[in-house]
Write a protein that binds this ligand. Structure first.
Ligand code: 0PR
Length: 396
């Protein structure tokens, strides 16, 4: 660090230069984030110093958080669900599984087996979690942090998790299941009703990762069963900073029952509040205000319009690609498209190098992946398709 500071103008110049190096969303078809809504940005700025890690100092922001939880709880068919605002899907997933693991380790069955293994020399078995093979990589972090074995269930030909495969992986050390409502790579929704039935039958937890789909599915014409309406669903991750049009970092984690949240409790004796359930200490109150502002400004009608436009663009893209004999790996459920394209990796890197387009790829099956976020326009799709055509033609 320099001994004396730079001038405001010097700082502004450096920042402008850095900002200029960032890609504009107008060339980005790989992101699950987008420009936040103007009203969210204004609210974020207004609450910039607010710290939800010590919310006794910020009662007003805390009340906004409570409102958000009940709005989202209501949207997900459990207005009295409990939880808090996280930094996003990764933290929500970690905390949901941490709660499962803590409750599993406290359970009398586990305690009994731990006691008997102390007497014999058998090691106590490691808890395991059954996730779809399409689960986000945050679950690999979960496994590492929480020392839980990850069991990956195979997908069917529609890239939904196979219920039989899930069933075959469950044993007495399974702490719970994960279902995805809007998978990162394919935008697919798992058979959550069937998984809910299994969770109830086996008396284990079921966490739904709706980080992306949570702000899409409730606003689609077709209705999907994925939330607390299903009695086996015990927690849900949903991210306002993705399709909720809020600012980063805005995630929400909701539990069905208070005892799940309670299992995450830490004592915080010297703060204005004596307990915390969160993973991070200091938390952004700005993201809370932003999420409150945009949810109340748009209302269900606003989100319906956003989702409907993204779906219209998605279908427009597919029609144009059909003319070029390019087809999706599965019929898109939401605004995530995985395409069957020859030499995907090469096509992806040429799109970036030659035309400055950012797209991503899917692993298994291998495909070119596009996310049709609210910053995408018809003109953007026309221009992308024309550039893709040039590359595909040159491959032949
Ligand atoms: N669960 C699902 C289903 C997700 O798609 C993601 C992120 C997460 C959890 C984790 O959420 P956070 O990243 O908020 O912790 N999905 C995107 C992905 O990893 C995130 C993303 C966003 C990637 C913007 C790129 C990007 O430019 O692909």
């Amino acid at each position: 660090m320099n001994e004396t500071g730079l001038s405001e103008e010097e700082i502004r110049n450096i920042l402008n230069d850095s900002k200029g190096q960032d890609l504009k969303y107008e060339r980005v078809l790989s992101s699950m984030c987008t420009y936040p809504h103007k009203i969210a940005v204004q609210a974020h700025m207004q609450f910039i110093e607010s710290n939800m890690g010590d919310f006794g100092l910020f009662r007003g922001t805390y009340n906004l958080e409570k409102e958000i939880l009940s709005l989202i709880g209501d949207l997900l068919h459990k207005a009295d669900a409990v939880g808090y605002m996280t930094t996003g899907g990764t933290e929500s997933n970690i905390q949901a599984i941490r709660s499962m693991r803590n409750l599993f380790l406290q359970s009398s069955e586990y305690q009994n087996s731990a006691n008997s293994s102390k007497n014999s020399d058998n090691k106590c078995a490691r808890p395991n979690l059954v996730v779809p093979d399409s689960a986000h990589f945050s679950f690999d972090k979960v496994s590492d942090i929480l020392d839980v074995e990850l069991r990956k269930a195979s997908l069917d030909d529609e890239l939904k998790v196979s219920v039989e495969s899930v069933r075959s992986l469950i044993d007495e050390n399974t702490i719970g299941l994960v279902a995805i409502a809007g998978s990162t790579e394919f935008g697919q929704v798992d058979p959550i009703k069937e998984l809910s039935d299994i969770a109830l039958e086996k008396n284990i937890f079921l966490h739904v990762d709706a980080a992306f789909g949570g702000f899409v599915l409730p606003f689609m014409k077709k209705s999907y069963e994925f939330d607390f309406k299903l009695p086996g669903v015990t927690s849900i991750a949903i991210d306002p900073h993705k399709m909720g049009l809020s600012t980063i970092p805005s995630g929400v984690l909701l539990f069905r029952d208070f005892h799940q949240l309670e299992s995450l409790k830490a004592d915080t004796p010297y703060l204005t509040v004596s307990t915390q359930y969160t993973l991070t200490g200091t938390r952004s109150g700005a993201a809370v205000a932003a999420t409150y502002a945009v949810m109340n400004f748009l209302g269900k009608e606003g989100y319906r319009k956003t989702v409907s436009r993204c779906m219209e663009l998605t279908h427009y893209l597919l029609e144009k690609l059909k003319d070029m004999d390019v087809y999706p790996l599965i019929e898109p459920v939401m605004n995530v498209v995985a395409l069957e394209v020859p030499k995907c990796d090469l096509v992806r890197s040429r799109l970036a190098k030659e035309f400055n387009w950012q797209v991503s790829i899917t692993q298994n099956p291998h495909g070119l992946r596009l996310v049709i976020m609210p910053h995408v326009s018809f003109e953007m799709i026309d221009s992308f398709v024309a550039d893709l055509k040039k590359i595909l033609d040159s491959l032949e």
